[in-house]
Design a protein around this ligand. Structure first.
Ligand SMILES: C[S@@+](CC[C@H](N)C(=O)[O-])C[C@H]1O[C@@H](n2cnc3c(N)ncnc32)[C@H](O)[C@@H]1O
Length: 168
């Protein structure tokens, strides 16, 4: 599951490397439409879900949850709590989440919106003890306008049975 995948080309890259059972969810139907159009006929091999990650029952669980630049927009505690309820309920047992947020030296805002910057310990604190850290890396991400933004990529494994979290 690429959550908040928007118009990203990740799904196409995964398909070209032989991955199957790929889902992309985003609150923006227009962004998903751009990603779908870019894939042409291959778009049929991806499940596209228009959804608000804070309030969506995906009706299944995923082995891997990937989020680049969505969770860091959740600056309200209630939004983070709702996101994490959905994440825990959507991951398979021992499933993993790769969450990419702005890092400690990353921007404080994106597209005019405030963001929360994270170091790996802070991100682990935010996700909670049900997740164990697997690995992390800080990356200087080049933007189309030539600037650089520091991202933290954190990989975490769910250590508890997601069924315990159904219903919040
Ligand atoms: C900065 S873009 C990142 C897009 C993509 N992940 C990437 O790295 O190229 C953030 C994306 O999150 C989506 N988004 C924001 N809030 C969301 C929410 N509550 N539920 C689902 N998607 C959301 C936006 O529509 C947008 O496509």
């Amino acid at each position: 599951m690429d959550i908040g995948g928007g118009a990203s080309s990740l799904a196409g890259h995964l398909l070209s490397r032989g991955y199957t059972d790929i889902s992309v969810a985003d609150i923006s139907e227009a962004a998903l439409g751009r990603a779908r159009d870019a894939l042409g006929d291959d778009a049929e091999r991806v499940a596209w879900v228009t959804a608000d990650v804070r309030a969506q029952d995906f009706g299944r669980r995923f082995d891997l949850w990937h989020d680049r630049a969505v969770f860091h927009f959740m600056v309200d505690e209630a939004d983070r709590a709702n996101y994490l309820t959905i994440l825990r309920g959507s991951l398979a047992c021992r499933g993993e989440a790769i969450i990419a947020t702005f890092g400690p030296d990353g921007p404080r805002q994106c597209s005019g919106l405030p963001v929360q910057r994270y170091g790996v310990e802070q991100l682990h604190d935010a996700l909670g003890e049900e997740f164990e850290p697997v690995s992390s890396v800080l990356v200087d991400h080049p933007t189309p306008s030539g600037n650089r933004q520091q991202f933290l990529y954190g990989r975490f494994r769910l250590t508890t049975d997601p069924l315990e979290h159904r219903g919040g």
